[in-house]
Design a protein around this ligand. Structure first.
Ligand SMILES: [Zn+2]
Length: 420
Protein backbone atom coordinates (compact mmCIF):
# COMPACT_ATOMS: atom_id res chain seq x y z
CA UNK A 1 0.00 0.00 0.00
CA UNK A 2 1.22 3.45 -0.86
CA UNK A 3 0.07 6.65 0.83
CA UNK A 4 1.49 8.87 -1.91
CA UNK A 5 -0.30 7.01 -4.67
CA UNK A 6 -3.51 7.16 -2.63
CA UNK A 7 -3.27 10.90 -1.96
CA UNK A 8 -2.47 11.58 -5.60
CA UNK A 9 -5.77 9.87 -6.51
CA UNK A 10 -7.55 11.73 -3.71
CA UNK A 11 -6.29 15.06 -5.05
CA UNK A 12 -7.87 14.26 -8.42
CA UNK A 13 -11.09 13.02 -6.82
CA UNK A 14 -11.58 16.03 -4.53
CA UNK A 15 -14.27 17.88 -6.48
CA UNK A 16 -18.00 18.25 -5.89
CA UNK A 17 -19.60 14.91 -6.91
CA UNK A 18 -23.27 15.19 -6.17
CA UNK A 19 -25.51 12.18 -6.68
CA UNK A 20 -26.95 11.97 -10.20
CA UNK A 21 -24.72 14.66 -11.73
CA UNK A 22 -22.12 14.60 -14.52
CA UNK A 23 -19.50 15.14 -11.83
CA UNK A 24 -20.50 11.99 -9.97
CA UNK A 25 -20.15 10.12 -13.27
CA UNK A 26 -16.70 11.66 -13.80
CA UNK A 27 -15.65 10.41 -10.35
CA UNK A 28 -16.94 6.91 -11.12
CA UNK A 29 -14.88 6.85 -14.34
CA UNK A 30 -11.80 7.99 -12.47
CA UNK A 31 -12.20 5.12 -9.98
CA UNK A 32 -12.87 2.67 -12.81
CA UNK A 33 -9.66 3.72 -14.57
CA UNK A 34 -7.60 3.26 -11.41
CA UNK A 35 -8.96 -0.28 -11.01
CA UNK A 36 -8.22 -1.08 -14.65
CA UNK A 37 -4.69 0.30 -14.29
CA UNK A 38 -4.24 -2.07 -11.35
CA UNK A 39 -5.38 -4.97 -13.54
CA UNK A 40 -8.48 -5.70 -11.46
CA UNK A 41 -11.81 -6.82 -12.93
CA UNK A 42 -14.20 -3.86 -12.61
CA UNK A 43 -17.64 -2.74 -13.80
CA UNK A 44 -19.89 0.27 -13.47
CA UNK A 45 -23.45 -0.54 -12.44
CA UNK A 46 -26.00 2.25 -12.96
CA UNK A 47 -29.26 2.63 -11.05
CA UNK A 48 -32.19 5.02 -11.21
CA UNK A 49 -32.70 7.67 -8.57
CA UNK A 50 -35.44 10.17 -7.86
CA UNK A 51 -34.17 13.57 -8.90
CA UNK A 52 -37.01 16.04 -8.40
CA UNK A 53 -36.53 19.34 -10.23
CA UNK A 54 -37.41 22.42 -8.23
CA UNK A 55 -38.21 25.38 -10.50
CA UNK A 56 -39.01 27.99 -7.95
CA UNK A 57 -38.78 28.28 -4.16
CA UNK A 58 -39.13 31.38 -2.04
CA UNK A 59 -40.16 32.60 1.37
CA UNK A 60 -41.05 36.18 2.20
CA UNK A 61 -42.49 37.87 5.24
CA UNK A 62 -45.33 40.11 4.05
CA UNK A 63 -46.53 41.45 7.41
CA UNK A 64 -45.61 43.37 9.52
CA UNK A 65 -42.57 44.01 7.28
CA UNK A 66 -41.76 42.98 3.73
CA UNK A 67 -38.61 40.91 3.49
CA UNK A 68 -37.42 37.93 1.45
CA UNK A 69 -35.29 35.16 2.97
CA UNK A 70 -32.99 32.78 1.10
CA UNK A 71 -34.17 29.17 0.91
CA UNK A 72 -34.18 26.09 -1.31
CA UNK A 73 -37.22 23.97 -2.12
CA UNK A 74 -37.53 20.45 -0.71
CA UNK A 75 -37.97 17.93 -3.51
CA UNK A 76 -41.12 15.79 -3.37
CA UNK A 77 -42.54 17.70 -0.40
CA UNK A 78 -45.37 19.26 -2.42
CA UNK A 79 -46.34 22.31 -4.47
CA UNK A 80 -47.95 25.67 -3.97
CA UNK A 81 -50.10 27.37 -6.59
CA UNK A 82 -48.06 29.64 -8.92
CA UNK A 83 -49.02 32.67 -6.83
CA UNK A 84 -47.87 30.87 -3.66
CA UNK A 85 -49.61 30.41 -0.33
CA UNK A 86 -50.02 33.11 2.26
CA UNK A 87 -50.36 32.06 5.88
CA UNK A 88 -49.32 32.83 9.47
CA UNK A 89 -46.03 31.32 10.67
CA UNK A 90 -45.62 29.19 13.80
CA UNK A 91 -42.32 28.04 15.31
CA UNK A 92 -42.66 24.40 16.39
CA UNK A 93 -39.11 23.62 17.65
CA UNK A 94 -38.65 19.84 17.26
CA UNK A 95 -42.33 19.26 16.56
CA UNK A 96 -43.21 17.77 19.97
CA UNK A 97 -46.95 17.37 20.53
CA UNK A 98 -47.04 20.37 22.92
CA UNK A 99 -45.70 22.60 20.15
CA UNK A 100 -48.06 21.57 17.36
CA UNK A 101 -51.47 22.09 18.94
CA UNK A 102 -52.10 25.28 16.95
CA UNK A 103 -50.87 24.71 13.40
CA UNK A 104 -54.11 24.72 11.41
CA UNK A 105 -53.80 26.91 8.31
CA UNK A 106 -50.21 27.83 9.22
CA UNK A 107 -46.68 27.41 7.88
CA UNK A 108 -44.54 25.59 10.48
CA UNK A 109 -40.90 26.41 11.16
CA UNK A 110 -39.09 23.35 12.54
CA UNK A 111 -35.48 23.26 13.74
CA UNK A 112 -35.65 19.52 14.39
CA UNK A 113 -36.04 18.36 10.78
CA UNK A 114 -39.14 16.87 9.21
CA UNK A 115 -39.56 13.14 9.68
CA UNK A 116 -42.21 11.28 7.72
CA UNK A 117 -44.14 10.88 11.00
CA UNK A 118 -44.07 14.58 11.89
CA UNK A 119 -45.11 15.44 8.36
CA UNK A 120 -48.19 13.21 8.69
CA UNK A 121 -49.12 14.72 12.05
CA UNK A 122 -48.85 18.28 10.76
CA UNK A 123 -50.90 17.49 7.67
CA UNK A 124 -53.56 15.81 9.85
CA UNK A 125 -53.72 18.96 11.98
CA UNK A 126 -54.22 21.19 8.96
CA UNK A 127 -50.79 22.83 8.56
CA UNK A 128 -50.23 24.14 5.02
CA UNK A 129 -46.47 24.29 4.59
CA UNK A 130 -43.17 24.13 6.45
CA UNK A 131 -39.64 25.45 6.77
CA UNK A 132 -36.77 23.30 8.06
CA UNK A 133 -33.28 24.50 8.83
CA UNK A 134 -29.71 23.65 7.98
CA UNK A 135 -26.28 24.93 9.11
CA UNK A 136 -25.62 27.15 12.10
CA UNK A 137 -25.57 30.67 13.53
CA UNK A 138 -21.83 30.97 13.07
CA UNK A 139 -21.66 30.03 9.40
CA UNK A 140 -20.00 32.71 7.32
CA UNK A 141 -22.03 34.77 4.85
CA UNK A 142 -21.20 32.53 1.88
CA UNK A 143 -22.41 29.45 3.69
CA UNK A 144 -25.71 31.08 4.55
CA UNK A 145 -26.55 30.96 0.86
CA UNK A 146 -24.99 27.54 0.28
CA UNK A 147 -28.12 25.75 1.38
CA UNK A 148 -28.34 22.29 -0.19
CA UNK A 149 -31.13 21.17 -2.50
CA UNK A 150 -32.63 18.29 -0.56
CA UNK A 151 -35.49 15.87 -1.01
CA UNK A 152 -38.15 15.39 1.64
CA UNK A 153 -38.61 12.00 3.33
CA UNK A 154 -42.22 11.06 2.64
CA UNK A 155 -43.82 7.77 3.77
CA UNK A 156 -45.16 5.30 1.23
CA UNK A 157 -48.79 5.85 2.21
CA UNK A 158 -48.48 9.66 2.35
CA UNK A 159 -49.77 11.34 -0.80
CA UNK A 160 -50.42 14.69 0.81
CA UNK A 161 -49.38 17.99 -0.70
CA UNK A 162 -47.29 19.65 2.03
CA UNK A 163 -44.71 21.99 0.47
CA UNK A 164 -41.51 22.63 2.41
CA UNK A 165 -38.34 24.70 2.06
CA UNK A 166 -34.90 24.57 3.63
CA UNK A 167 -33.14 27.60 5.07
CA UNK A 168 -29.95 28.36 6.99
CA UNK A 169 -30.53 28.42 10.77
CA UNK A 170 -29.27 32.00 11.13
CA UNK A 171 -31.54 33.10 8.28
CA UNK A 172 -34.48 31.41 9.99
CA UNK A 173 -33.69 33.27 13.21
CA UNK A 174 -33.64 36.55 11.31
CA UNK A 175 -37.01 35.69 9.83
CA UNK A 176 -38.45 34.84 13.25
CA UNK A 177 -37.13 38.10 14.70
CA UNK A 178 -39.31 40.08 12.29
CA UNK A 179 -42.23 38.65 14.33
CA UNK A 180 -44.02 37.70 11.14
CA UNK A 181 -47.77 37.55 11.16
CA UNK A 182 -48.08 36.64 7.49
CA UNK A 183 -45.61 34.71 5.34
CA UNK A 184 -45.74 33.91 1.64
CA UNK A 185 -44.29 30.63 0.35
CA UNK A 186 -43.81 29.60 -3.28
CA UNK A 187 -42.68 26.12 -4.27
CA UNK A 188 -42.94 24.82 -7.83
CA UNK A 189 -41.38 21.53 -8.89
CA UNK A 190 -41.48 18.38 -11.01
CA UNK A 191 -41.50 15.84 -8.20
CA UNK A 192 -41.40 12.79 -10.47
CA UNK A 193 -38.18 13.54 -12.41
CA UNK A 194 -35.60 10.73 -12.42
CA UNK A 195 -31.83 10.65 -12.68
CA UNK A 196 -29.04 8.10 -12.83
CA UNK A 197 -26.33 7.24 -10.33
CA UNK A 198 -23.94 4.28 -10.25
CA UNK A 199 -21.72 1.96 -8.24
CA UNK A 200 -18.23 0.94 -9.28
CA UNK A 201 -17.62 -2.71 -8.44
CA UNK A 202 -14.24 -4.46 -8.53
CA UNK A 203 -13.64 -8.14 -7.83
CA UNK A 204 -10.62 -10.17 -6.82
CA UNK A 205 -11.59 -13.79 -6.95
CA UNK A 206 -10.55 -16.02 -4.07
CA UNK A 207 -8.68 -19.29 -4.37
CA UNK A 208 -9.97 -22.38 -2.51
CA UNK A 209 -12.73 -20.55 -0.56
CA UNK A 210 -13.96 -18.30 -3.36
CA UNK A 211 -17.60 -19.27 -2.78
CA UNK A 212 -17.58 -16.95 0.25
CA UNK A 213 -16.82 -13.26 0.00
CA UNK A 214 -15.99 -10.13 1.97
CA UNK A 215 -17.20 -6.79 0.58
CA UNK A 216 -15.28 -3.58 1.20
CA UNK A 217 -17.35 -0.47 0.53
CA UNK A 218 -17.09 3.32 0.58
CA UNK A 219 -19.29 5.98 -0.96
CA UNK A 220 -17.66 8.28 -3.48
CA UNK A 221 -20.44 10.86 -3.93
CA UNK A 222 -20.34 14.17 -2.04
CA UNK A 223 -22.85 16.84 -1.12
CA UNK A 224 -23.27 20.19 -2.85
CA UNK A 225 -20.65 22.89 -2.20
CA UNK A 226 -18.21 20.29 -0.82
CA UNK A 227 -15.14 18.79 -2.45
CA UNK A 228 -15.80 15.78 -0.25
CA UNK A 229 -12.08 15.16 0.21
CA UNK A 230 -12.65 13.75 3.67
CA UNK A 231 -16.29 12.66 3.22
CA UNK A 232 -15.71 10.38 1.50
CA UNK A 233 -12.71 10.70 -0.78
CA UNK A 234 -10.69 9.17 2.05
CA UNK A 235 -12.88 6.07 2.32
CA UNK A 236 -12.73 5.74 -1.46
CA UNK A 237 -8.93 5.67 -1.51
CA UNK A 238 -8.86 3.39 1.54
CA UNK A 239 -10.65 0.60 -0.29
CA UNK A 240 -8.52 1.30 -3.37
CA UNK A 241 -5.37 0.71 -1.35
CA UNK A 242 -6.92 -2.45 0.10
CA UNK A 243 -7.62 -3.52 -3.47
CA UNK A 244 -3.91 -3.07 -4.32
CA UNK A 245 -3.07 -5.07 -1.21
CA UNK A 246 -5.30 -8.02 -2.06
CA UNK A 247 -4.17 -7.90 -5.68
CA UNK A 248 -0.64 -8.47 -4.37
CA UNK A 249 -1.68 -10.97 -1.64
CA UNK A 250 -4.13 -13.33 -3.27
CA UNK A 251 -7.07 -13.99 -0.92
CA UNK A 252 -8.62 -17.38 -0.21
CA UNK A 253 -12.13 -15.90 -0.16
CA UNK A 254 -13.38 -13.60 -2.91
CA UNK A 255 -12.98 -9.91 -2.12
CA UNK A 256 -15.27 -7.25 -3.60
CA UNK A 257 -14.78 -3.51 -3.60
CA UNK A 258 -17.90 -1.41 -4.02
CA UNK A 259 -17.60 2.36 -4.48
CA UNK A 260 -21.15 3.44 -3.79
CA UNK A 261 -22.95 6.33 -5.46
CA UNK A 262 -25.74 8.31 -3.83
CA UNK A 263 -24.92 7.55 -0.18
CA UNK A 264 -25.58 11.14 0.70
CA UNK A 265 -29.21 10.99 -0.39
CA UNK A 266 -30.03 7.90 1.66
CA UNK A 267 -27.51 5.04 1.17
CA UNK A 268 -29.00 4.35 -2.27
CA UNK A 269 -25.94 2.85 -3.99
CA UNK A 270 -25.16 0.27 -1.33
CA UNK A 271 -28.85 -0.56 -1.04
CA UNK A 272 -29.06 -1.04 -4.82
CA UNK A 273 -26.01 -3.33 -4.77
CA UNK A 274 -27.63 -5.52 -2.08
CA UNK A 275 -30.97 -5.63 -3.91
CA UNK A 276 -29.43 -6.46 -7.30
CA UNK A 277 -27.13 -9.24 -6.12
CA UNK A 278 -29.06 -11.59 -3.85
CA UNK A 279 -26.73 -14.50 -4.66
CA UNK A 280 -23.63 -12.47 -3.81
CA UNK A 281 -25.28 -11.18 -0.66
CA UNK A 282 -25.96 -14.76 0.44
CA UNK A 283 -22.27 -15.60 0.19
CA UNK A 284 -21.08 -12.37 1.85
CA UNK A 285 -19.75 -13.17 5.30
CA UNK A 286 -18.85 -9.57 6.15
CA UNK A 287 -19.04 -6.01 4.83
CA UNK A 288 -16.32 -3.60 5.91
CA UNK A 289 -17.19 0.01 5.10
CA UNK A 290 -15.20 3.24 5.41
CA UNK A 291 -16.66 6.68 5.80
CA UNK A 292 -14.19 9.46 6.63
CA UNK A 293 -10.69 8.32 7.55
CA UNK A 294 -7.24 9.91 7.61
CA UNK A 295 -7.91 13.20 9.34
CA UNK A 296 -4.85 14.42 11.25
CA UNK A 297 -6.54 15.43 14.49
CA UNK A 298 -9.00 12.78 15.59
CA UNK A 299 -9.22 9.14 16.57
CA UNK A 300 -10.36 5.96 14.91
CA UNK A 301 -13.81 4.65 15.50
CA UNK A 302 -15.48 1.38 14.59
CA UNK A 303 -19.25 0.88 14.27
CA UNK A 304 -20.34 -2.72 14.64
CA UNK A 305 -23.47 -4.06 12.94
CA UNK A 306 -21.84 -7.43 13.50
CA UNK A 307 -21.40 -9.82 16.39
CA UNK A 308 -19.54 -8.20 19.29
CA UNK A 309 -16.70 -10.75 18.95
CA UNK A 310 -15.60 -9.16 15.66
CA UNK A 311 -15.57 -5.64 17.10
CA UNK A 312 -13.66 -7.03 20.10
CA UNK A 313 -11.11 -8.46 17.69
CA UNK A 314 -10.51 -4.93 16.34
CA UNK A 315 -10.03 -3.63 19.86
CA UNK A 316 -7.74 -6.56 20.74
CA UNK A 317 -5.55 -6.11 17.67
CA UNK A 318 -5.53 -2.40 18.38
CA UNK A 319 -4.02 -3.07 21.79
CA UNK A 320 -1.46 -5.46 20.26
CA UNK A 321 -0.39 -2.85 17.70
CA UNK A 322 -0.80 0.28 19.82
CA UNK A 323 -3.69 1.61 17.76
CA UNK A 324 -6.63 2.99 19.74
CA UNK A 325 -10.21 2.49 18.61
CA UNK A 326 -13.48 3.62 20.12
CA UNK A 327 -16.37 1.33 19.31
CA UNK A 328 -20.11 1.63 19.01
CA UNK A 329 -22.57 -1.18 18.42
CA UNK A 330 -25.57 -0.63 16.15
CA UNK A 331 -26.42 0.86 12.78
CA UNK A 332 -24.33 3.75 11.48
CA UNK A 333 -25.45 6.51 9.12
CA UNK A 334 -23.45 5.07 6.26
CA UNK A 335 -23.41 2.26 3.69
CA UNK A 336 -22.72 -0.60 6.12
CA UNK A 337 -26.36 -0.14 7.16
CA UNK A 338 -27.66 -1.24 3.72
CA UNK A 339 -25.79 -4.52 4.21
CA UNK A 340 -27.12 -4.94 7.75
CA UNK A 341 -30.66 -4.33 6.46
CA UNK A 342 -30.02 -7.29 4.13
CA UNK A 343 -28.90 -9.41 7.12
CA UNK A 344 -25.22 -9.19 6.22
CA UNK A 345 -22.88 -8.71 9.21
CA UNK A 346 -21.25 -5.35 8.62
CA UNK A 347 -19.01 -2.79 10.20
CA UNK A 348 -17.78 0.69 9.41
CA UNK A 349 -14.60 2.57 10.20
CA UNK A 350 -14.71 6.32 10.68
CA UNK A 351 -13.17 9.13 12.72
CA UNK A 352 -14.05 10.98 15.90
CA UNK A 353 -12.91 14.58 15.70
CA UNK A 354 -12.46 17.14 18.46
CA UNK A 355 -15.14 19.79 18.89
CA UNK A 356 -14.54 22.54 16.35
CA UNK A 357 -12.33 20.23 14.28
CA UNK A 358 -12.65 19.00 10.71
CA UNK A 359 -16.08 19.47 9.17
CA UNK A 360 -18.08 17.69 6.51
CA UNK A 361 -21.01 18.62 4.26
CA UNK A 362 -19.77 22.12 3.53
CA UNK A 363 -17.06 23.85 1.55
CA UNK A 364 -14.82 23.38 4.60
CA UNK A 365 -14.39 19.71 3.71
CA UNK A 366 -11.09 19.96 1.82
CA UNK A 367 -7.68 18.24 1.78
CA UNK A 368 -6.45 20.68 4.42
CA UNK A 369 -6.97 18.55 7.52
CA UNK A 370 -6.04 15.19 6.02
CA UNK A 371 -2.81 13.35 6.66
CA UNK A 372 -1.26 10.56 4.57
CA UNK A 373 0.44 8.88 7.57
CA UNK A 374 -2.76 8.74 9.62
CA UNK A 375 -4.55 7.45 6.53
CA UNK A 376 -2.13 4.65 5.71
CA UNK A 377 -1.91 3.52 9.32
CA UNK A 378 -5.60 2.56 9.29
CA UNK A 379 -5.23 0.91 5.86
CA UNK A 380 -2.43 -1.27 7.20
CA UNK A 381 -4.36 -2.14 10.33
CA UNK A 382 -7.46 -3.15 8.36
CA UNK A 383 -5.40 -5.17 5.85
CA UNK A 384 -4.13 -7.29 8.77
CA UNK A 385 -7.49 -7.52 10.52
CA UNK A 386 -9.41 -8.37 7.33
CA UNK A 387 -6.78 -10.83 6.09
CA UNK A 388 -7.43 -13.02 9.14
CA UNK A 389 -11.12 -13.19 8.22
CA UNK A 390 -10.63 -13.49 4.46
CA UNK A 391 -8.06 -16.26 4.77
CA UNK A 392 -9.27 -18.20 7.82
CA UNK A 393 -9.91 -21.95 7.44
CA UNK A 394 -13.50 -21.63 8.61
CA UNK A 395 -15.73 -18.56 8.62
CA UNK A 396 -15.07 -16.76 11.92
CA UNK A 397 -17.88 -14.18 11.54
CA UNK A 398 -21.13 -15.22 13.27
CA UNK A 399 -24.02 -14.90 10.81
CA UNK A 400 -26.45 -13.43 13.33
CA UNK A 401 -26.67 -9.70 13.82
CA UNK A 402 -26.42 -8.21 17.32
CA UNK A 403 -29.45 -7.13 19.33
CA UNK A 404 -28.55 -3.44 18.92
CA UNK A 405 -28.99 -3.76 15.16
CA UNK A 406 -32.21 -5.76 15.31
CA UNK A 407 -33.67 -3.16 17.69
CA UNK A 408 -32.90 -0.28 15.31
CA UNK A 409 -33.79 -1.93 12.02
CA UNK A 410 -37.43 -0.90 11.64
CA UNK A 411 -36.78 2.70 12.66
CA UNK A 412 -33.86 2.94 10.23
CA UNK A 413 -35.88 1.54 7.30
CA UNK A 414 -38.47 4.21 8.01
CA UNK A 415 -35.92 6.98 8.40
CA UNK A 416 -34.24 6.15 5.11
CA UNK A 417 -37.57 5.86 3.33
CA UNK A 418 -36.96 2.23 2.23
CA UNK A 419 -40.54 1.50 3.27
CA UNK A 420 -41.60 3.50 0.22
ZN1 LIG B 1 -19.93 10.01 4.20
Amino acid sequence: MDKNRAFEVLQRLAFERVSGTEKELEAAKLILEECEKAGVLVTIEPFEIDQPKVYEASIAVTQPVQETFYCTGLGKSGQTPAEGITAPLVYIHDGDDEDITDVKGKICLSTGGMSSDLRKKLVARGAVGYITTWGGFYDDEIMKTQVPHRTAVVAKDDDSNFPGVLMNLATAEKLLKTQPTVVKMVLRQDATAKGESRNVIATIEGTDLKEEQVVFSAHYDSVEFSSGAWDNGTGSITIMELMHYFKAHQPRRTVKFVWCGSEEIGLLGSYDYCEKHPEEIKKTILNINFDMTGVLMGGDMVFGSVDRSIVDRVLYLGKVKGHAFKSHMGLASTDSTSFALHDVPSMSFGTRTPRGGAEIHSRRDTMEHLDPDTFIRLCEFVADFASEIINSSVNVVPATLPKEVLDQKEAMIKRLGFDR
